[in-house]
Design a protein around this ligand. Sequence first.
Ligand code: SDX
Length: 429
Amino acid sequence: MSEIAKIQLGDKQYELPIITGSEDEKGIDISKLRALTNHVTLDIGFKNTGATKSAITYLDGENGILQYRGYPIEQLAEQSTFLEVAYLLINGDLPNKKELDYYTESIRHHTLVHEDMSRFFQAFPTGAHPMGILSTMVASLSTFYPESQDPNRAMADVELTITRLLAKLPTLAAMAHKYSLGQPLLYPKNSLNYIDNFLRMMFGLPVEEYEVDPVIADAMNKLLILHADHEQNCSASTVRIVGSSQANLYSSISAGVSALWGPLHGGANQAVIEMLESIRKDGGGMKKWIDKAKDKNDSFRLMGFGHRVYKNFDPRATIIKTACDNVLERLGIDDPILDLAKELEEVALKDQYFIDRKLFPNVDFYSGIIYKALGIPTEMFTVMFAIGRLPGWIAQWKEMVENNDPIGRPRQIYVGATRRDYVPMDKRS
Ligand code: SDX
């Protein structure tokens, strides 16, 4: 017998079905609430509201569990590759060798972007933030492939669009980086794998061969896997709601890039490093900064701490923290920022304010330190997050389309002025 929730409104009682997920999560299905009761719910920030049913990623915030299509993130980070994880998220299962080889080859042959796109860069002001460039360039891909704008396009066309996005995002990211340095753009090289190709476009120069450091490539692979999806986070929800209007995939992903840019979301990895640098310049006294973070009258927050879902450790932060030590040691880098980060974590986790609010380091707290060690400039950190999150955004968009989810259109509780008549100018005070 299916479970029900009962609500009492005045002298009437209503019954609403309870839905149980495959990991025994419970939800009250309120899809008929307004028709039944003429009431809507109010949940600002959707802290208690499920927006959809999804089979892509499972999070257990209390126990620090993260699984992509049922596979634990710890195993994927250790044993898989980013493109294999992209296939898993987007298609639902791990590929066999033939499927992965075909997938890899398809992506490899779409890494170039239209030559006209390289002229876009001349139009951006010097010092343009690469996230602003990336969201613009991704949206403009829809103009180079107008067939992608057809909401009734065949799934084969969608697969080609997905391949183009996965293939071209690293190229566009590297172009933004090279443009910011005033260095010549490097074309992708089909003889290289996905990550080596990206590293060469980012750090290579036309005047010499670029040697990929396996330590850096391995760290990059792990970081991209750890960022690949995170169920209905702010940017994934943005991609879904934009896509729910039947906007094309490029526009939906561009909207996701914009949402990710915010310092409360993916922009936090840049904000963490800037925060740690400020603390270091200020002499490194932790107490002053912890007190600022706790002071309601101070807008300062401990960037990289806290999470809407994880009320225990963020399993990604745990993996990245270990990778931090390994990467810095193997690259022979002694970065005082890492020591500062560890000290800040130690002090914060002993502070009652953080304990009471279950504020732990999240994925962004340590990732910037590795990116810095890999030679990625701070302003490119969130671009790295976007490259990692792209398969997740695509998977969420595809699931929304395949499930035929309706256009997203939340309700509200109106609290503004009640009806009043227009006042002619000469009657106004
Ligand atoms: C990501 O959703 C996802 O899955 C996101 C992500 C993904 O993979 O997609 O995991 C990636 O975005 C990670 C989060 C990166 N952002 C930051 O590190 C920015 C700093 N963190 C906070 O701004 C905050 O913790 C959020 C935005 C992450 C979560 O905010 P919530 O869930 O809305 O929580 P809240 O703001 O209501 O905070 C609850 C309490 C408040 O205090 P009280 O009003 O109860 O007294 O905790 C406090 C907050 O003031 N608080 C913090 C804090 N985070 C929350 N206080 C100081 N420093 C912080 N970092």
